[in-house]
Write a protein that binds this ligand. Structure first.
Ligand SMILES: [Zn+2]
Length: 53
């Protein structure tokens, strides 16, 4: 079960909203997705920190 995703325009990765990396992002660089599938459709890859299994 994923939280809704937050992607960075520059980074090519998406994160859970709870990821500590999200707090370091500039607001203007954030893109919000309803889920990880939607982010992946736009070519984003999961963050290795917050999507680590
Ligand atoms: Zn993350």
């Amino acid at each position: 079960m994923y939280n809704s995703g937050v992607a960075t325009k520059s980074g090519g990765k998406y994160h859970k909203q709870s990821c500590k990396m999200v707090g370091n992002m500039a607001t203007e660089n954030k893109l919000y997705y309803k889920d990880a599938v939607a982010a992946e459709k736009d070519g984003y890859k999961p963050c290795a920190v917050c999507f680590k299994k």
